[in-house]
Design a protein around this ligand. Structure first.
Ligand SMILES: *[C@@H]1O[C@H](CO)[C@@H](O)[C@H](O)[C@H]1NC(C)=O
Ligand SMILES: *[C@@H]1O[C@H](CO)[C@@H](O)[C@H](O)[C@H]1NC(C)=O
Ligand SMILES: *[C@@H]1O[C@H](CO)[C@@H](O)[C@H](O)[C@H]1NC(C)=O
Ligand SMILES: *[C@@H]1O[C@H](CO)[C@@H](O)[C@H](O)[C@H]1NC(C)=O
Ligand SMILES: *[C@@H]1O[C@H](CO)[C@@H](O)[C@H](O)[C@H]1NC(C)=O
Ligand SMILES: *[C@@H]1O[C@H](CO)[C@@H](O)[C@H](O)[C@H]1NC(C)=O
Ligand SMILES: *[C@@H]1O[C@H](CO)[C@@H](O)[C@H](O)[C@H]1NC(C)=O
Ligand SMILES: *[C@@H]1O[C@H](CO)[C@@H](O)[C@H](O)[C@H]1NC(C)=O
Ligand SMILES: *[C@@H]1O[C@H](CO)[C@@H](O)[C@H](O)[C@H]1NC(C)=O
Ligand SMILES: *[C@@H]1O[C@H](CO)[C@@H](O)[C@H](O)[C@H]1NC(C)=O
Ligand SMILES: *[C@@H]1O[C@H](CO)[C@@H](O)[C@H](O)[C@H]1NC(C)=O
Ligand SMILES: *[C@@H]1O[C@H](CO)[C@@H](O)[C@H](O)[C@H]1NC(C)=O
Length: 463
């Protein structure tokens, strides 16, 4: 991996030298710089996220509430346990306790937001495990023999753990105790003698005051700061071999140099071709192309992604749009998250209306773990509401219809028949909103697209 990547850098730099004089077409620069932004956006967003997250160890967050704007589309089904690791000089192990048939997953992401390992209760037994984490320079032989070792393709790695909790105080206490037993041990690259052993502290669900949400941190960079940051991040986080062709094109079109203090060979020329609103345009392009790619797999208003998510290969636009709307998305085998912004009839979901969603008897989500449905406001955050209810979960004490089906009511006020109060998902923001269904450990029928979510239907009036 290392040798191939060095080869790629050499090629990119030499092409830049040879073809540097050809870079004189502003239209081409304007066009290709959007592609380069799309390619590097997840990398820079990962750094911004790491700036806001535990380093060199894990931190657990038990509660997720509307005040948490650290990530968009935060889930309410699991507590998070996460941290960023720099593998340039160290290797690590993570030991997890027996979670006792409770859903859990430890997702390992590289600097480009690709998932490279996903141990969890889908594939493992109910017992303690030790996982090793090494970077491109690390050696598995120095880690304990009982460790299953994962190799990160980049020096930056993010462990993003999730442990099921049902939202009650009792359950949160159980999960707090479990998460404190996620233990990280740090090793030098070439020694089996640990430097430190740390269990996971539990923090509050809110970001430190004064901190900027990662997405805002990225979009507030100037175009030059953005591309220089991206290029520098590519030293320790070398692009995959499969990206070579794309990077050669960037070298040819833009004079782009990975792993360089200045991203472009002729920066003045490149920046003179870009409009002042370049970043806004690039982000809008990512969002628009993402929506367009979602349209192809739309079912009754629900876009369902079941392939390519989580590990993106060279599908850079999909990687960028997923980073934009939900950095850290799981592989489909672990969880599928259909998100609807429109009714089955194609009309935007709007807080001025009332909606129902009915799972027919025998057609409940086919999952091996559990499912949930969460309400997000137009900014993809939780919206404070008078009932303090933000999500409904498969384990909730719902009231079923007499024919065995289950209707969920999405409306501003509780259903007038109080028997159905547990089926109510409050919609009290202002304007449009999103409903996200989360399907954990989805069965084959979800992965092959034969099961799709039921249509969201606008009611004539609130129920
Ligand atoms: C860039 O050019 C290609 C064709 O060369 C075109 O398909 C693409 O839409 C253009 N992208 C932008 C952002 O203009
Ligand atoms: C992350 O923090 C470093 C150090 O403060 C800063 O230089 C860098 O610009 C930040 N990255 C982003 C993407 O905000
Ligand atoms: C994984 O978690 C789900 C519930 O969340 C449980 O039904 C299942 O038995 C667990 N599997 C294992 C192997 O523990
Ligand atoms: C694996 O070995 C290490 C070092 O001896 C130990 O600390 C850890 O608890 C072991 N892991 C498991 C799952 O037994
Ligand atoms: C939540 O978990 C607690 C403790 O594990 C359990 O007693 C309770 O019944 C659960 N409630 C729901 C609604 O799942
Ligand atoms: C979490 O917040 C509560 C109240 O908001 C506060 O009492 C507590 O000290 C905080 N804990 C930590 C670890 O910051
Ligand atoms: C960026 O500025 C150009 C020229 O002023 C304008 O045509 C374009 O609509 C703007 N794009 C965005 C996304 O604001
Ligand atoms: C939402 O509904 C209100 C009131 O009917 C309407 O004014 C508004 O245009 C709607 N918004 C969208 C995005 O459809
Ligand atoms: C079962 O009843 C609910 C409402 O009570 C209705 O929406 C649903 O379509 C019915 N299912 C079937 C299969 O008739
Ligand atoms: C409320 O719903 C329950 C359960 O379906 C039903 O038995 C009851 O008759 C309903 N009450 C009214 C006032 O409609
Ligand atoms: C909803 O948004 C409109 C337009 O932005 C604003 O005039 C109105 O006051 C808002 N209503 C509430 C309840 O926030
Ligand atoms: C999808 O999976 C389901 C459940 O295993 C199976 O019944 C169905 O035939 C499969 N459909 C396709 C198109 O493979």
């Amino acid at each position: 991996m290392r040798a191939l990547s060095f080869g790629l850098l050499a090629t990119a730099v030499s092409l830049g030298n040879v073809l540097g004089s050809a870079i004189n077409d502003c239209a081409q620069v304007a066009n290709s710089s959007i592609d380069l932004y799309t390619y590097t956006f997840p990398l820079v967003l990962m750094q911004a996220t790491s700036n806001q997250t535990a380093q060199d160890g894990l931190s657990g967050v038990i509660t997720q509430d509307p005040s948490n704007h650290l990530v968009v589309k935060i889930n309410l089904d699991t507590s998070y346990v996460q941290g960023f690791f720099n593998l340039e000089k160290y290797s690590y192990t993570l030991t997890v306790p027996n979670h006792g048939s409770r859903y859990w997953i430890a997702q390992y992401l590289d600097a480009y937001s690709n998932t490279f390992a996903d141990p969890g209760n889908r594939t493992l037994e109910d017992k303690p495990y030790t996982f090793g984490l090494i970077g491109p320079k690390g050696h598995r032989n120095f880690l304990p023999k009982n460790a299953t070792v994962y190799e990160s393709p980049t020096d930056m790695a993010w462990i993003l753990g999730r442990v099921y909790q049902n939202g009650t105080t009792t359950d949160q206490e159980i999960v707090t105790d479990l998460i404190k037993q996620w233990v990280v041990t740090k090793y030098p690259l070439h020694s089996s003698k640990p430097i430190s052993v740390t269990s996971t502290p539990i923090a509050n669900g809110t970001a430190p005051s004064g901190s900027v949400a990662p997405l805002a941190a990225v979009t507030s960079l100037t175009t030059q700061e953005f591309f220089d940051t991206a290029s520098q991040l590519m030293c320790d986080n070398q692009p995959a071999h499969a990206d070579k062709k794309f990077l050669q094109k960037m070298s040819k079109d833009l004079g782009f140099k990975p792993c360089s203090k200045e991203a472009f060979k002729k920066p003045n020329f490149v920046y003179s071709c870009l409009l002042p609103n370049f970043t806004t345009t690039a982000v809008k392009t990512i969002a628009a192309e993402g929506v367009a790619s979602a349209a192809a797999i739309m079912h009754d208003g629900w876009p369902v992604y079941t392939s390519g998510i989580g590990a993106y290969g060279t599908n850079f636009i999909f990687r960028a749009v997923v980073a934009l709307v939900g950095l850290g998305a799981n592989l489909a085998e672990d969880a599928v998250y259909p998100s609807a912004t429109k009714t089955a009839a194609g009309v935007p979901l709007n807080t001025s209306q009332a909606y129902t969603l009915t799972f027919q008897k025998g057609d409940f989500p086919p999952v091996d773990a559990f499912w949930s449905i969460t309400y997000y406001n137009a900014q993809n955050y939780l919206q404070p509401n008078t009932a303090n209810v933000y999500a409904l979960r498969s384990a909730d004490p719902f009231t079923y219809n007499s024919n065995g089906s289950l209707t969920i009511f999405v409306q501003a006020n509780a259903p007038s028949n109080s028997s159905f109060s547990k089926n109510w998902l409050p919609s009290q923001s202002n304007g449009t909103f999103t409903l996200t269904l989360r399907l954990y450990n989805p069965q084959q029928a979800i992965l092959n697209g034969s099961w799709v979510p039921p249509p969201i239907i606008q009611s004539a009036q609130p129920i």
